[in-house]
Ligand binder design. Structure first.
Ligand code: ADP
Ligand code: DP6
Ligand code: CO
Length: 360
């Protein structure tokens, strides 16, 4: 390691968020973050909803520190510590010949990092900020510390930061395999189909409310596991069958099945929230009106044109079968749900599913 306390080595990464079409809701192990069922998501276009994280290391840093959206946050939580520990244990030699800096594998245990992260979309509002955020943290640290692990192996580390984060290390459609192993080694994300697959789909997000939700996903799903019988039935009986059908629908670009499964799974996830004691309400009146509108439109067309799904928040993620439908959808949304009207709807984000040309 170079002697000077003045050198700094940095790495930056950008990671998009992902939205589940078969939802993860419930853990069988809280510390390792092992889920009660498999899930499938679509990663969004990074130009719209993404996290950008810069990590720096210097012998002058006296402790690990992190800033989120410009404010310092504590890294003392178990999840951040798990990610940092797992990454440090896999760190490799790093050499910058031009600057005369060499960091050896053993040095990483003593060196501290500073982390600055920005979300370009609302944090903790049900748009999966924990997914983009923790995936980006793991990816940027892995880049800084020169890890040799592949994206699936990194996903098992990101999973320990936030479950949904494991799926943000790939573009396109991604599956989180729940795994069987109780130490979590086989609970990781894999790419379902190549990233370019089914690129006609267009995703429109209606930001119904950018406010921070009252119940975090972590505590919401803990309460559901403790109190909802519907969750048990869903995890054991419903999701395994739905996973098979959803994988088939995606591979065959079968929009009717895809939309039917996506909407049903979102509705069942919110039914589990209602079945929780005390009940959790993530959707609001505007969310319900958007569901009714899309259902009516799909019925009037004779086959589904648009799928809807809502994460743990009131914001609608709408997936249009192609560009023409997306244009119509946006027009209709702007007419029936105009921004800044008496609803608290304030913006629309239009994006494709993502192709991560350069995850760095
Ligand atoms: P969301 O629906 O936005 O994922 P969650 O309740 O799952 O909401 O998680 C929100 C939490 O995720 C935040 O309070 C914060 O602790 C963490 N988080 C969000 N963005 C980042 C980020 N860029 N870097 C690190 N942690 C983040
Ligand atoms: C509704 O991954 O945010 O978005 O693992 O406790 O961090 P933790 O929870 P988180 O939960 C996401 C729940 C969901 C569905 C999904 O993304 O699959
Ligand atoms: Co989250």
């Amino acid at each position: 390691m170079a002697d000077s306390k003045k050198w700094v080595v940095m790495a930056t990464a950008q990671t998009p968020t992902n939205i589940a079409v078969i939802k993860y809701w419930g853990k069988r192990d809280e510390t390792l973050i092992l889920p009660v069922n498999d899930s499938i998501s679509v990663t969004l276009d990074p130009s719209h909803l993404c996290t950008t994280t810069t990590v720096a290391v210097s012998p002058g840093f006296e402790q690990d520190r992190m800033w989120l959206n410009g404010k310092e946050i504590s890294l003392s939580g178990g999840r951040f510590q798990s990610c940092l520990r797992e990454i440090r244990s896999r760190a490799c030699d790093v050499e910058d010949k031009e600057k005369g800096i060499k960091i050896e594998k053993k040095d990483w245990e003593k060196l501290h990092v500073h982390i600055a992260s920005y979300n370009n979309f609302p944090t903790a509002a049900g748009l999966a900020s924990s997914a983009a955020g923790l995936a980006c943290l793991v990816f940027s640290l892995a880049k800084l510390m020169n890890l040799k692990e592949n994206p699936s192996q990194l996903s098992a580390i990101a999973r320990q930061g936030s479950g949904s984060a494991c799926r943000s290390l790939f573009g396109g459609f991604v599956k989180w395999i729940m795994g069987k192993d109780e130490n979590g080694s086989d609970s990781l994300a894999v790419q379902l189909v190549e990233e370019e697959h089914w690129n006609e789909l267009v995703i429109i997000i209606a930001v119904v409310s950018a406010r921070q939700k009252e119940t975090s996903s972590t505590s919401g799903m803990r309460e559901s596991v403790e109190t909802s019988l519907l969750l048990q039935h869903r995890a054991k009986e419903i999701v395994p069958k739905r996973m098979v059908k959803m994988e088939e629908a995606i591979k065959n670009r079968d929009f009717s099945s895809f939309a039917q499964l996506t909407c049903a799974d979102s509705n069942q996830f919110h039914a589990v929230c209602l079945d929780t004691s005390p009940p959790i309400f993530y959707m609001n009146d505007t969310s319900h009106r958007i569901i009714s509108y899309v259902e009516k439109w799909n019925r009037s067309e004779g086959s589904p044109q648009v799928a809807y799904t809502f994460d743990a928040g009131p914001n609608a993620v709408l997936i249009a079968r192609n560009r023409q439908v997306a244009a119509q959808l946006l027009q209709r949304l702007l007419f029936f749900f105009p921004p800044n009207s008496d609803t608290d709807l304030n913006s629309y984000v239009l994006g494709d599913k993502s192709i991560l040309h350069d995850a760095g």
